[in-house]
Design a protein around this ligand. Structure first.
Ligand code: ADP
Length: 193
């Protein structure tokens, strides 16, 4: 099986690219979804987060207050690293299990979407990497449409490698500045290779 890792700058189109690939019957594991699973009530990671960050990050119904935790970790790199040490190994374990299932089923090509792919050194487990990128102006516009304030955008971008670095490290780049059809055509060509 050939395993692709898909990454890119925040808001540059990773989820959009993942959707395009799965619509073309390529199995896709999205670590954003896995990241939500590992902090669901009853999961050991949630208890570790409560111990590390206090009861204020847990809502009355026992679920994680994502907004409260995001405010803490995106303004404090030490806190962010503490959170990542709790969640990242568990997320990686989940996508590895998914990949093992694909291998057992003899799936020819699969893709894992990992926002912090290069930051976590995950490329060593992948056959090739794709970076979805666009201009900073388009990125800002897409993130503003998400309802994010300028400070929030700045903090979240600062928590990742600059996109230029991701582009340099990736095997392939999909430039997502135009229409969805242009993005799809690039992805089809990359996967065909
Ligand atoms: P990421 O997963 O990298 O954070 P998304 O795939 O969620 O980024 O894209 C961010 C926003 O930009 C979404 O609202 C998405 O619909 C929009 N978007 C992505 N690619 C395009 C495109 N080629 N044309 C128009 N809108 C796009």
């Amino acid at each position: 099986m050939k395993l692709f890792g898909l990454t890119g700058g925040i808001g540059m189109g990773k989820s959009t690219a993942a959707k395009i690939l799965s619509e073309r019957s390529l199995p896709v594991a999205d670590t954003d979804l896995l990241a939500r699973q590992v902090v669901e009530p009853g999961q050991p990671a949630l208890e570790e987060i409560r111990r590390a960050f206090g009861d204020a990050v847990i809502a009355g119904d026992g679920s994680l207050r994502r907004d409260t935790l995001a405010r803490i970790v995106f303004s404090d790199a030490v806190a962010r690293h503490k959170l990542e040490a709790i969640t990242h190994p568990r997320i990686r374990q989940l996508w590895r299990s998914q990949v093992e299932l694909w291998r057992a089923r003899q799936v020819p090509v699969g893709c894992v979407v990992i926002p912090l792919l290069f930051e976590t050194g995950a490329e060593t487990e992948l056959d090739a990497t794709i970076c979805v990128a666009c201009s900073t102006a388009t990125q800002q516009e897409r993130l503003r449409e998400r309802g994010w304030a300028a400070e929030q955008i700045r903090e979240r971008i600062a928590a990742q490698f600059p996109v230029e670095k991701k582009i340099t490290m990736a095997t392939f780049v999909a430039w997502n500045e135009g229409s969805l059809a242009v993005l799809a055509a690039q992805l089809e060509r990359i996967v065909a290779r």
